[in-house]
Write a protein that binds this ligand. Structure first.
Ligand code: URA
Length: 272
């Protein structure tokens, strides 16, 4: 009976002789009643597997048929939580930027955030710290958010591209604008962050962020300063805080900073 059973459960389509021998070393074969079956089973495996393939699929026995669920199935949770995403993104190799960057810097903020701020990509400080907007651009952003009446602790802050792109210049790492393929390669992370956080408003800061958020090139000056419908949420476009840092003229800097704060006040009004 045992030998018949052994022969009947042998699956010729999954034959792995080495694994069989590892489980059952040849020196023990003479003590095992089923061992003498191995040779004919192995030799006939290819023919038996071909015969299985040639046969039409059979209907499962009535008792093995799956019952139709009486209750509706539980909805599948297909939205990730941010910690799972952060962990997954740490190993992202979707574009070559991971090679030179220190680490993936994922978004940060409460999962209940009603506003999501999107920047371009990490700067040097963020790359080292592993947190978004903690360098000079981050300080500028913090100041503007405060003036606009937005508590940074209540918004989710992320970037369109999660790795730092730069060219080395001596000891300095010079920021480089991400290319369209790099923005596209990183977009799935933004989409998954969006699905997890479900903000009411997304604020795209700068051209790279706007390209990722809208999925196309959006000129900033033409589109800034007003709310736009984007699927189930609203979107707002404004400049990137680094742009303000780069302006050489103090007067232009002050004017542009005011405009930036005014844009953020539109976001603040959404919260109210
Ligand atoms: N610039 C960005 O776009 N993001 C950061 O995190 C820092 C600077």
């Amino acid at each position: 009976t045992w030998r018949s059973y052994y022969a009947s459960i042998f699956n010729p389509a999954r034959l792995k002789v080495k694994a069989m021998q590892a489980e059952m070393p040849k020196k023990y074969w003479r003590n095992l009643p089923e061992a003498s079956l191995n040779k004919p089973l192995i030799e006939g495996a290819e023919r038996a597997a071909n015969a299985m393939i040639a046969k039409a699929a059979t209907e499962p026995h009535k008792s093995q048929k799956r019952l139709e669920p009486v209750m509706p199935a539980k909805p599948v949770r297909n939205v990730d939580d941010i910690e799972t995403l952060r962990e997954e993104a740490a190993h992202c190799r979707a574009c070559p930027l991971w090679k030179d960057a220190t680490q993936t810097v994922f978004g940060e903020g409460p999962h209940t955030a009603r506003i999501m701020l999107v920047g371009e990509q990490r700067g040097d400080k963020e790359d080292l710290a592993g947190q978004p907007f903690v360098g000079p651009a981050g300080q500028m952003l913090d100041r503007a958010l405060e003036e606009a009446g937005i508590d940074r602790g209540k918004v989710y802050v992320t970037n369109a591209v999660k790795h730092f792109k730069f060219v080395p210049r001596g000891k300095i790492r010079l920021h480089q604008k991400p290319s369209t393929p790099e923005i596209k390669a990183c977009r799935p992370w933004y989409e998954r962050e969006l699905a997890a956080i479900k903000p009411e408003l997304v604020v795209a800061m700068g051209a790279t962020a706007a390209q990722s958020v809208f999925g196309k090139i959006m000129p900033i000056n033409k589109n800034r300063g007003h709310l736009m419908e984007l699927g189930e949420m609203q979107a707002l476009v404004t400049v990137h805080p680094s742009y303000l840092l780069r302006l050489p003229d103090a007067e232009a800097k002050a004017t542009e900073y005011r405009r930036f704060v005014d844009d953020l006040k539109i976001a603040a009004a959404v919260l109210r």
